[in-house]
Design a protein. Structure first.
Length: 297
């Protein structure tokens, strides 16, 4: 008799097959941040997931943040991290630190991917004019070198994908005067997904997904259409940091990204569980009814 656990492994692989076929050669943008960047085991499992996606035929692009690490280094040099409306106030010294820290994080991720046998290239939004920005204000207040993306030049990413590299992008950009700006990593991932006409955009976060009632863990929504997402924002059912994230998801869908996923990056192999299983684990945001979350046709 064949051992039951081996049969179960085979069933898992067979369950994944239609998804591998459906998304073969399609672009998926993974916004990597939160606890999954701090915990070494989680970091390894995320990179394993992305490498597997690459090896089974996807074209993944990683866009990473590094807010916790930046705050740590800002404190190390004796500065107090400052935030206005949830946005980091970035003076010239903080910008210098942010670029240094994000560059360090970027190359650590490159090393991890390369250690698993896949070619990776780490770039910032400054390289090849990938992300052009203008100065961002928060409620009319000056928050320093924080940028709003005005233009994406996706050629460098297309060239890397065409040459079988896995691009890893850190969210730094330049304005028309070639000044350097920090960019919100969610915004960068969203802009890149739209410009690359990605099939999927996945946000790794520190929550399980979108809830109908934030205080009720049983109210997790596994499938959310754009019109319903707008209603959640308008009726006040979501708050805090989820509003801009959900707005980014809506914008991405409305500009051509087929599916957006909000996942709990604290769960090992969350990307594989969401993309390759019938049930999934996070919240998938879709354009309209009639398109099924797990439709692989």
């Amino acid at each position: 008799m064949v051992n039951q656990k081996y049969l179960e492994k085979a069933e898992v692989l067979i369950e994944a097959l239609p998804y591998i076929q459906r998304f073969n050669r399609k672009i998926i943008v993974v916004k990597y941040g939160g606890s999954a960047m701090v915990d070494e085991q989680l970091k390894k499992s995320v990179i394993q997931d992305v490498v597997l996606l690459k090896l089974v035929g996807f074209k993944p692009i990683i866009v990473h943040g590094g807010g916790k690490e930046i705050s740590r280094w800002v404190s190390k040099v004796g500065k107090e991290p400052q935030f206005i409306n949830g946005l980091r106030v970035t003076d010239e010294e903080t910008m210098e630190l942010a670029e240094m820290v994000l560059g360090k994080v970027n190359k650590e991720l490159v090393s991890l991917v390369e250690s698993l046998g896949v070619k990776a290239v780490g770039i910032s939004g400054k390289d090849g004019g990938l992300l052009k920005v203008e100065k961002k204000y928060s409620g009319g207040q000056d928050i320093g070198f924080v940028g709003n993306i005005t233009e994406v030049n996706p050629k460098i990413l297309s060239d890397l994908l065409d040459n079988d590299f896995l691009p890893i992008v850190c969210p730094i950009g330049m304005d028309e005067d070639f000044l350097t700006y920090n960019i919100n990593a969610d915004d960068a991932a969203c802009a890149i997904a739209k410009a690359m006409k990605a099939e999927k955009l996945a946000f790794l976060t520190d929550i399980e997904g979108v809830y109908k009632k934030p205080e009720d863990p049983e109210s997790l929504i596994s499938k959310l259409f754009v019109k319903d997402a707008k209603e959640l924002i308008n009726n006040g059912n979501v708050g805090g940091g989820m509003i801009p994230k959900l707005q980014n998801c809506i914008d991405a869908i409305e500009q051509g990204v087929s599916r957006v996923h909000i996942l709990d990056g604290r769960i090992k192999h969350c990307l594989l569980l969401e993309i390759f299983t019938n049930k999934g684990i996070g919240t998938a945001i879709l354009r309209k009814e009639g398109i099924q979350h797990y439709d692989v046709q």
